[in-house]
Structures are given as C-alpha cells and as structure tokens.
Design a protein around this ligand. Structure first.
Ligand code: ZN
Length: 330
C-alpha cells in the first residue's frame, strides 16, 4: 500500500489549508484550558512545538505527545459537525479513495478480526466512529450471522450506514446510555487521537462490553518512525483533529488503569517509510544525506525491508491494541 493511494497529496494539502481557515473561525485560543497528560494523568510536561496556534507538549513521565492547553469538548463537536473542512474531507478527500480504502484497509481489518476472535457464533459487534460503515460491511460479508451496530455521531454518515442495513446509534459514544454489557466486540479505528478526554471514552467503551468482551483499536503512535522523523512537519500531527499521540507503553498504562487486560499491542503500520519519502521527495524536507540516499537511490526491495524492520521492532507510527474486559469483572 502507498500513501498516495489512500491520501492524495494535493487533495490533502488543500484540505489542510481549509482546516487552517476553520481554526480561525471556530476556535478561541483564550478559552483553552490546561490539562494533565491524557494517558497517565501527570501534570509535568515539556513544550515541543506550536502548530496553527495549538501547542504540543510531551508528558515527562510517559512521553505521550498531546495538545495543551486544549479546546473544549463542545467546540470540537461544533467544528466536526459543521466546518467546511469537514465537509471537504468527507466529499472531496474520503469519497474518491473510499473503494481503495475498503480494499486495502477495511477488508484486511475485517479478515484479521474475524480470525483473531474466531467469530463463528451470533455476537454483537459495534464500530465506534463507523463513518460510511465500510468496516462493518466488510465484516458482515465474512460473518453475516452476527449483529452489527454502527456508532456514528454525524447524521449524514449515520444515514449512509442505515441505508446499508446496519443498526445505527447516531451519537458520540460518550453521550450514549443503556448499552452497558451489550457488546462482544467494540472496534474503533483512528479515533483515540481525536478525543478531548480519551479516558472517559475508554471507560464508556469498557462499560459497554460484556465481561470477556474485546475492544479493538488503532491509533497513532507518537514514538513511531514517521512521526519522530518528521516531528512538527508531520502531517499526522494535525490540529485540531489530532490531540493525543500515545505510545505502546502509555496506551497500555491508560487502558490498564481503566481495568482492561491488554491482549496484544503492536505497530503493524505499512506507510512509515512511504510517508517520510514523500516528504523528502515532494516537499523538500531535509532529514540528512543518509535518508536522501534511501529516498532516491536504493531499490524498492530495500525500502520494503526497512518498513518490515520498523514493524518487526514495533517502531511504526500506526498502532493496534486488542484489550479485554476481564471475565470476572461484573
Ligand atoms: Zn503521561
């Protein structure tokens, strides 16, 4: 998989320009509030850099990179529900690459999950932030006998999920009630990095699982190859969307403090090198002579081996966690 297949460079750059305009219109920086580390709760942090007015800091204890001070939950909700950049993201950015994303991202996830959990009986699966419902559709194709619930706050996307025959809860997980102990599996892809209060979100997800149920999530790893290499130039570090960059250790701390048992935590990313190479070749980023040489001179096989090395040593910026609500916990 290549970055250009799932994230067209020129469209993405246009989107980032729109985001910058929206930030001026939707956010009042004087109203932002200081907060503690979203992973371990420590208040001590080191300033790192500022991006379109948002300040990023690193937790002194667990090295989670996060926005501090932070905009209010309500401000973020308004931004996500009505800003022109969000509409652009849905219609101009996501829709043209939806088929490729289905094939390269959502289908492999559905295959992985159906095998990992040996899904062969009637269970309840919920996808939090279901978007267009692509993941649940793919999972339903493999194991149609289960019940699938799309949890999606955008009314436009919730309607799309409904039209696909999925059960839909049109709400933020944090606002939902009455689903305690209902789900065998909850999934959430690339959402944790967006959240105002990840711990509250995870507590809610925990309460919605049956004892013995699983939460499967993917998020960005702040200590991964492309993020640490590019740092403030990384387009993954994009406010106001991406507020939290956990790492393998800090996401474990956060989830274990809530009561989860970590079944697997790894970084199975595919794009680290491709993203870094794209920035060196197309956007003039200078990471030194060695990485210039790798970008321009070495074979495709050499680059593939580099990406394999990144993944095999859990150094990718794309992180996956499978966590369980312990059986004895009722
Ligand atoms: Zn911390």
């Amino acid at each position: 998989m290549k970055e250009e297949e799932i994230r067209k460079r020129d469209v993405f750059n246009k989107y980032l320009e729109l985001v910058q305009k929206d930030v001026e219109n939707y956010f009042d920086f004087s109203s932002f509030k200081d907060g503690d580390c979203p992973a371990c709760g420590n208040s001590e942090h080191v300033p790192e850099f500022e991006k379109i007015g948002f300040r990023y800091v690193s937790c002194k204890k667990c090295e989670t990179l996060y926005v501090n001070p932070r905009p209010a939950f309500e401000t973020l909700n308004i931004f996500y529900s009505e800003s022109p950049s969000t509409s652009f993201w849905v219609n101009e950015f996501f829709k043209p690459v939806a088929d490729v994303r289905r094939e390269k991202m959502f289908r492999p996830r559905a295959e992985f999950i159906s095998k990992f959990f040996n899904v062969n009986k009637e269970i309840v699966v919920g996808d939090i932030g279901a978007g267009f419902g692509l993941f649940l559709e793919e999972l339903r194709n493999i194991v149609p006998e289960n019940r699938f619930i799309a949890i999606e706050p955008s009314t436009e996307m919730a309607d799309i999920c409904r039209a696909k025959g999925l059960d839909v809860e049109c709400a933020c997980l944090e606002d939902m009630k009455g689903m305690e102990g209902k789900f065998d599996i909850l999934t959430t892809f690339e959402l944790l990095e967006h959240l105002f209060e990840p711990a509250a979100f995870l507590k809610k997800a925990y309460s919605f699982l049956k004892p013995g149920g699983y939460l499967f999530l993917t998020t960005l790893n702040g200590k991964g190859f492309d993020i640490l290499s590019l740092w403030e130039k990384s387009k993954s570090i994009g406010p106001p969307h991406h507020l939290n960059f956990f790492n393998l250790e800090s996401v474990r701390t956060l989830m274990e403090n809530i009561g989860f048992e970590i079944v697997e935590a790894s970084t199975p990313g595919k794009l680290d090198w491709d993203i870094v190479e794209g920035m060196i070749r197309n956007e003039g980023v200078n990471l030194g002579r060695f990485w210039d040489m790798v970008s321009f001179k070495v074979t495709e096989n050499c680059k593939r081996e580099l990406q394999d090395w990144i993944v095999n040593n859990n150094l990718s910026s794309h992180m996956r966690v499978v966590a369980k609500r312990p059986i004895g916990d009722i």
